[in-house]
Ligand binder design. Sequence first.
Ligand code: 13P
Length: 287
Amino acid sequence: MLVSAEKMLKKAKSEHYAVGQFNINNLEWIKAILLASQEMKAPVILGVSEGAAKYMCGYKTIVDMVEGMMEELNISVPVALHLDHGSYEACQKCIDAGFSSIMYDGSHEALEDNIRKTKELVEITKKKGISLEAEVGSIGGEEDGVIGRGECADPTECKQIADLGITMLAAGIGNIHGKYPENWEGLSFDTLDQIQKQTGDMPLVLHGGTGIPDEMVQKAITLGVAKINVNTECQLVFAEGTREYIEEGKDLEGKGFDPRKLLSYGTEAIKEKVIEKIKLFGSQGKA
Ligand code: 13P
């Protein structure tokens, strides 16, 4: 059964580790992440962007696929199915489809509008027992065509949004989606420190987990980050694994063209990457 991310994130924040959000793209992704989390006995959040949901034929298809797979694979660790960077409309669709967690991204709107819509969603999600992530200030980089610049959120605005009754808060601290450029200045720990001081117990979310050096990730966790999102890194290792399979000529041997074989290297690479991140985030054995 899918669960809200509330309990797992409160525990993570109080015990100083982070739960991984790994974005999904298809059956292989879901399977690899679920198996890795079960093996590590780690709670996990499956992230779904609006673009990925379109690709996977809609939110209902995803709910059914994840639930079916959890039953078939005997997954017993807590799993939250979460909308990543959703519009207000997408949030409503996900609630109706059976998602257990949503993110409303009003960071590109005027603060009053972000507050008003987040507040409405707090009421709806509370009634349904669904966790809600809100965002303040845009997080840089490109995701589904949205480009930003590694911006830092205003800690006072963070407090205003955190006080609305949300479950977790994403706030820019110089992080960027996708690969980091050579000249990236790193995370702004000053900003993070101020945000955590203003927001207290609120679990903070670090987006753009791909390519942040391990020491920075660990330091961010000590400063209140309880959820870390990783997407691009899994895509990169999947592509590398699949390339290796083909370059080794495996698809030309016997029935190597069978998609179950063709995608096996990439799928295993995602599983290994997720295990590596769970260990880094400290969520191993926390299910
Ligand atoms: P990356 O693709 O940089 O890992 O970011 C993922 C993310 O933040 C999803 O919201």
